[in-house]
Ligand binder design. Sequence first.
Ligand code: 5AD
Ligand code: SF4
Length: 446
Amino acid sequence: MTEPRAPKRLFIETYGCQMNVYDSERMRDVLAPLGYAVAEKPDDADLVILNTCHIREKATEKVYSEIGRLRAHKERRAAEGKGMTITIAGCVAQAEGEEIMRRAPAVDFVVGPQAYHKLPELIARAARQAGERLETDFTAQEKFDVLPARAPDGVTAFLSVQEGCDKFCTFCVVPYTRGAEFSRPFADVLAEARSLADKGVREITLLGQNVNAYHGGASFAALLNELAAIDGIARIRYMTSHPIEMTDELIGLHGAEPKLMPYLHLPIQSGSDRILKAMNRKHDGAFYRDIVTRVRAARPDLALSTDIIVGFPGETEKEFEATMQLVGDVTFAAAFSFKYSARPGTPAAGMAGQVSEDEKSDRLRRLQAVLFAQQTAFNAGQVGRTLPVLVTGDGRRPGQKHGRSPYLQSVHFHDAQAQDGDIVDVRITGSSQNSLTGEVQALAPA
Ligand code: 5AD
Ligand code: SF4
C-alpha cells in the first residue's frame, strides 16, 4: 500500500488593485484540480505566487524584497529535502519579466496577467526544469475561455468584465502591463454571474480598468440591467470608471435600478485643468463636476469616491490648491490619494518639472487631512439612520457579525440569528473613519 501523499500547498500573496484580487482567486481555481490546498504562510508552501502590482515604484520594490525573503525559505526547505516553486505573476511580471529572471534566480517562472490559465503547464515545465520560463503573451479572451468554474468563498464576489486600457494617461503603466482594452462577451459575463448567484453570492462587483468603457456586445448600462434581472443577485457595484465613459444611460440607471448600489468610484486625479490636460485625462474639472451633479441628482444619497495624484510633474502650489478646492467643493465619502511616482516608459516620467519628494509628501499630508475628515463626516452622517446591511461574516466576539452598507462601509453589529447573505436592517449608533456600528432592527425580506 502506498502512503497517502501530503497535499501540495499553495500560498498566493496579492498586491495592488481588485483586479489582482480577482486574478488570485482565479489562479486558486486553476490550481485546485492539481490538488493544491491553501497554505497559511509562505514557508509552508510548495508553490508561492506573488501577484504583483506595478502602478507605483513602492509597489514594485516590495516584489524584490519579498523575493529575497522567499529565497531564504526556499533554501531552508531544500535543506529539509522539500521543494518550493516561486512564481511571479501580475503586472511586474508583465513589465519586468526578463529582468526578474535575470536578477532573481530563485524565481522558477514568471507569468503575466493574461496567461495564468497556463499555470499547470508552467509548473510541469518548472518541475522538469525545461522550456520557456516566461509567459507574458496577451491572450485576454483565451484566458477566460479555459478557466474552470468559479468557487466563490463568500457572499460577495468580484467579476472581471473588462481588462486593459487605451486611454494612455501620461502617468500610468496600465496600458503597457494590461494591454489594450478588451471586453468579455456579454453572454459569458451573465453566465458567470448566474453561476455565482447559484453558489450563494448576493453582491457582485464588476471589475475593469475602465469598467464603464465595457462594449462586449452591449453597453455597460445594458449589462448592468441584465445582471440586475438575476434573482439571487441583490446588489451590484462596479469599478473603476473613467469620467468620459459616464453615459446618460449609466447615470440614469443610478436613479432607476435599486440593485445598483449608491456608490461610485470616479477618479479625478487633479483639480487643475492644466494638469488634467498634461495627464491626458481627456476632460477638465468642470466636466467632472457636471457628472457628479447629474449622478447626485439621479441618486441623492450617492457615496462618491475618487483617486487623486499629488505632485504630477510641473504641478505648482496654485495647481495643487485647485485640487484642494475641487475636493472641498465636491466632497468625497472615500478617496485614494497618492504621491506621483515616475514609471519607466510612461510619458510623464520624462517631463520637466519633477516635484521634490518633500513637496509631494507635504501636499499629500494636506490633502489627506481634508479627505479623511470628509470620510469621517460621511460615516458620522449615517448615525441615527437604519441601513440595509448585507451580512458577510462573523465578528470576533460570539454573536457579533460584520456586513456591508449600501455605501460600502463595514458595519459591526450583534445578531445571533443572521446568516451570511442575509440583508438585515441595522440602526447605526456609532461611526469612525473606517467603519460603523449598529443594532439590528428586523430581518428584511431576502
Ligand atoms: N503615480 C501615482 N499614482 C498613480 N496612479 C496610477 N499611476 C500612478 C503613478 N504613476 C493612481 C491613479 C489611479 C490609481 C489606480 O493609481 O490615481 O487612478
Ligand atoms: Fe491608467 Fe488612465 Fe487607463 Fe486608468 S484610464 S488605467 S489611469 S491609463
